[in-house]
Structure formats: structure tokens, C-alpha cells
Design a protein around this ligand. Structure first.
Ligand code: NAD
Length: 256
């Protein structure tokens, strides 16, 4: 059980981060949710997790594009035994057309935030003698696609940071790994299904199989619950010697 541990999950008011928060809470960890939005809904999600699972759950606003906010999040959490760097955005354009401000935002949110939060969290983990840093990278941390220069660069960077963090904590009871999802069924992806069905005049299953999941050999999405389960496994004693590596949850994408 993860009772008594506090997990800070960046970018966790939707999608994979929220799925990880739920699974860690079900495993007994107190959870700190984050986004830059600070809406009533954000606080309501934390209250729902607390009432359903019995753990302490709170929401802390912080903008992961800003280094100071990243560090403030870890401090405001009041302890961070499990750090999940999950916040991320995407922009798709050819390099010549790629807006420089989008490049900077993606590098900041998808990569540099993990440097700042990790820097803020490690001292406490060393003092308490236990820690787990989990970076949510991507199949695009290991392979590339055209038109995703900033995202692919940031995710490869996160995989590199994961290895360095693991080496610097290797003699402490702290591990750092990257989870590399393929295509995950988040609300964002779900909302693209009707348009894809209409555009190709296909039923739901065919649109998913033949259009959306062409690079995912399983032809099935990974789910946020499965990503949460992977994070929970990395927090278990069984995973104590797993460090500095990547775990793909991608239906075979990176085996191709
Ligand atoms: P999502 O849009 O549902 O979640 C992104 C989260 O990041 C949200 O909670 C959002 O509030 C937060 N966020 C965005 N900008 C932020 C900022 N400046 N400060 C704080 N929080 C911010 O998308 P998702 O699919 O759940 O993505 C989560 C992570 O998983 C990302 O790092 C993404 O690159 C990665 N990923 C997703 C997939 C997929 O298929 N969905 C595949 C591989 C990797």
C-alpha cells in the first residue's frame, strides 16, 4: 500500500494525469492534483477522489511553463514522495512553419518543468529515504513523426533527464523512470473519433482501427487506468531496482 505517501501529479485535471491520480489514490497514496486553470471543477475533482478513496486529495494551481511555479507546486504539496511529471501540450507543423512561441512553450511544459519539479523534490525524498520520480514521456520519446519537432525533441529530452536523475539517485532508495504511452484514450482523443468517422464515412471501430491506430499494432488504445496501473507498479517494492529506463505502454508501436 502507498498509505502515508504523497503523490504530486503535474497536469492532472484530465486524461492520463487524472487516471494516474485515481489509481495512486486507490493504492492508498495522498494525491496533489495540478493544472494552470484553478476552476471550481478542478477542486471538485480532488474532493471526489478524496470521498471515493478515503485519501487526502488537494488541488494546487501552478503553471508548468514557469520554473518558479513548478518549484512552488512541490513546496505547496507539503511533501512529495512520488513525483509524476505528466503535464504536456502538442503542436503540429512543419519546422519552417513552426511558431517559435509554440516551440518554447512545448519545451518548457513538456521538458523543463520536469527539471524544476525534480530539483525541488529530490532533497525531501533523500531526507525521508524513499522516492519515485515518474516522467510521462511518449512513444515519441523513442521514435519520431514528421511535424512534431518540439514534442519529439522535448520527449526525447525527458527520457535523457530520466537517465540522469536515476544515476544521481542510484545509491538512494529513489528511482526515476519514464513511461512511454502510445495512443491513449483520453477525452481529447475520444472527441476526435466522431470527426474521423464522418470524414472517412466509417463506423467507430473501423475509424479507430484503420485511421487512428495505424501505428499501434494492437489496434487498441491504451487506457488511462492502464497508465495509472503502470505508475502504481513503479511505486511498488517489486520495482525498486527498476531505474533509469523506459516502460512502453504502446500496443507494440516501438517494436515495429
Ligand atoms: P490532456 O490534455 O488530457 O492532459 C494534459 C494535462 O496537462 C492537463 O491536465 C492540462 O491541464 C495540463 N497542462 C497543460 N498545460 C499546462 C501548464 N502550463 N501548467 C500546468 N498544467 C498544464 O492530455 P493527456 O493525453 O492526458 O496528456 C498527458 C501527458 O501524456 C502529456 O505529457 C502527453 O504528452 C502524454 N502522452 C499522451 C498520449 C495520448 O495519446 N493521449 C500519448 C503519449 C504521451
Amino acid at each position: 500500500s502507498l498509505a502515508g505517501k504523497t503523490a504530486v501529479i503535474t497536469g492532472s485535471n484530465s486524461g492520463i494525469g487524472l487516471g494516474m491520480a485515481w489509481e495512486l489514490a486507490r493504492a492508498g497514496a495522498d494525491v496533489v492534483l495540478n493544472s494552470f486553470t484553478d476552476t471550481e471543477e478542478d477542486h471538485a475533482i480532488a474532493a471526489e477522489i478524496a470521498s471515493e478513496t478515503g485519501v487526502t486529495a488537494k488541488y494546487v494551481q501552478a503553471d508548468m511553463s514557469k520554473g518558479d511555479d513548478c518549484r512552488r507546486l512541490v513546496v505547496a504539496a507539503g511533501g512529495c514522495d512520488i513525483l509524476i511529471n505528466n503535464a504536456g501540450i502538442q503542436h503540429v507543423a512543419a519546422i519552417e512553419e513552426f511558431p517559435a512561441d509554440k516551440w518554447d512553450a512545448i519545451i518548457a511544459i513538456n521538458m523543463s518543468s520536469a527539471f524544476h519539479t525534480t530539483a525541488a523534490a529530490l532533497t525531501g525524498m533523500r531526507e525521508r529515504g524513499w522516492g519515485r520520480v515518474i516522467n510521462v514521456a511518449s512513444a515519441h520519446g523513442l521514435t519520431a513523426s514528421p511535424f512534431k519537432s518540439a514534442y519529439v525533441a522535448a520527449k526525447h529530452g525527458v527520457v535523457g533527464l530520466t537517465k540522469v536523475t536515476a544515476l544521481e539517485t542510484a545509491e538512494d532508495p529513489i528511482t526515476c523512470n519514464a513511461i512511454c504511452p502510445g495512443y491513449v484514450l483520453t477525452p481529447l482523443v475520444e472527441s476526435q473519433i466522431p470527426d474521423t468517422m464522418k470524414k472517412y464515412n466509417m463506423d467507430r471501430e473501423t475509424a479507430i482501427r484503420e485511421v487512428m491506430l495505424t501505428r499501434q499494432p494492437s489496434r487498441e488504445f491504451a487506457t488511462t487506468e492502464q497508465l495509472g496501473g503502470t505508475a502504481t507498479f513503479l511505486c511498488s517494492d517489486a520495482a525498486a531496482q527498476i531505474t533509469g529506463t523506459t516502460i512502453s505502454v504502446d500496443g507494440g508501436w516501438t517494436a515495429l
